[in-house]
Design a protein around this ligand. Structure first.
Ligand SMILES: [Zn+2]
Length: 311
C-alpha cells in the first residue's frame, strides 16, 4: 500500500496550491478539480455518471471519473494509477448491467464501498449474438432511467455525508425536473416524424432505452461495441433494413469508427445523419460537456436528420 499512497500524494503535490486559499468550507470553485480539500471523494466509472453525480453532489463532494473523455468504456483496462486513485476514494459508482466488464476485478482490488446506480431500472435485453439475453447496459440513454440513477445517488451520498443529506435531496429533485424536461422535448420532437421514418439505425445497439421511450424502431450494426469489428453479415443486414424501410438517415456513435456505417450509406443512398454521443461526454469546449447536453444533442441530431429539417 505505501507505493499506492505515494503515487497519489505525488499527484496532489503537483497541483497548484491556490485551492488551499479556499479554506475548509468545502466550496472550491472547481468542482471537478482535485485540489487538496477535505471533501469526500466519489469516483465514477465514466464521464456521464460523473456529471450526473456532480449535479446531485453540488459542492459537497469531489466527483471524478475513472475513464477519461472519449474513452472506450466497455472493455477499458484500468491502469495502476486508476487503482491507486480508487483506493483513496470514499465511494465508487458504477453503472452495472454488465457495462463495465473490467469493474468486478477492479473493485475487488480496492477496499472501497461501491453502489450500482442503475439499481431499479427495468432492463431491456440484448437480442443478438453472444450477448443475447443479457441486459443492454446503456440505460442512461433514457432520461427516465437517469431519474432512478439520481435517486440511488441521493441515497448513497446521504449515507456517505449525512450532514448534507437535505442538500442532496434538493439537488436531486431539481436535476430530475431537468431530466423530465428533456424527456418531454424528446418525445415531442420525435412524434413529428411520419410513421415510416420512425427508425433509428446506429453503429452500436446503444439506443434501446431511448428508442423505447420515443417510439422508434431500433436497428444497429453490432449489439455492443466491445468488439467493434463489424462482420459483412452485420453490414448486409443493416443495408437490408435501411432499404426495406426507406430510412432517410443513419448514425454512428462518437467512440467508435463510422467506417462500417459509411458502407451502409454508400450502398443505400441514405444520408449520414451525424455522430451521436453515448458512452462519453465531450471535452468542456465540445458539443456535449454535460449529460443534459448529450441527450439533447442526440435527440436534435436524430430528429433533424430523419425529418430533413435544420434546427
Ligand atoms: Zn456503449
Amino acid at each position: 500500500m505505501p507505493r499506492t499512497r505515494r503515487a497519489v500524494a505525488a499527484v496532489r503535490l503537483a497541483l497548484p496550491l491556490v485551492l488551499v486559499a479556499g479554506g475548509m468550507s468545502g466550496c472550491a470553485a472547481s468542482a471537478q478539480g482535485s485540489g487538496s480539500d477535505d471533501r469526500p471523494v466519489v469516483l465514477t466509472t465514466f464521464t456521464v455518471l460523473a456529471d450526473v453525480a456532480q449535479n446531485v453532489a453540488g459542492d459537497h463532494l469531489r466527483v471524478e471519473s475513472i475513464t477519461k473523455v472519449g474513452a472506450e468504456i466497455h472493455g477499458y483496462e484500468p491502469t495502476p494509477r486508476d487503482i491507486a486513485k480508487a483506493s483513496e476514494a470514499d465511494l465508487i459508482l458504477d453503472n452495472g448491467l454488465n457495462l463495465e466488464s473490467w469493474f468486478g476485478q477492479f473493485v475487488e482490488s480496492v477496499d472501497v464501498p461501491h453502489v450500482v446506480v442503475s439499481d431499479g431500472v427495468e432492463p431491456l435485453d440484448i437480442t443478438e449474438d453472444a450477448y443475447a439475453g443479457k441486459p443492454n447496459p446503456h440505460a442512461w440513454m433514457s432520461p427516465v432511467n437517469v431519474q432512478l440513477y439520481v435517486d440511488n445517488m441521493v441515497d448513497a451520498f446521504a449515507e456517505l455525508d449525512p450532514a448534507h443529506a437535505a442538500d442532496f435531496e434538493t439537488n436531486g429533485a431539481a436535476y430530475q425536473a431537468e431530466l423530465q424536461k428533456v424527456q418531454d422535448e424528446l418525445v415531442t420532437g420525435l412524434s413529428a416524424l411520419p410513421e415510416n421514418q420512425r427508425a433509428l439505425v446506429t453503429c452500436e445497439g446503444a439506443f434501446s432505452y431511448l428508442a423505447r421511450d420515443a417510439g422508434l424502431t431500433e436497428q444497429y450494426i453490432w449489439p455492443v461495441n466491445a468488439e467493434q469489428q463489424a462482420t459483412p453479415q452485420q453490414i448486409t443486414s443493416a443495408i437490408e433494413f435501411v432499404q426495406a424501410n426507406d430510412v432517410p438517415a443513419v448514425f454512428c456513435e462518437s467512440t467508435v469508427s463510422d467506417k462500417p456505417m459509411q458502407q451502409v450509406v454508400e450502398a443505400t443512398g441514405a444520408a449520414f445523419g451525424g455522430t451521436l454521443y453515448v458512452d462519453s461526454l465531450s471535452a468542456a469546449d465540445g458539443p456535449v460537456p454535460t449529460y443534459l447536453d448529450l441527450i439533447r444533442y442526440d435527440a436534435t441530431t436524430i430528429v433533424d436528420a430523419l425529418t430533413g429539417s435544420e434546427s
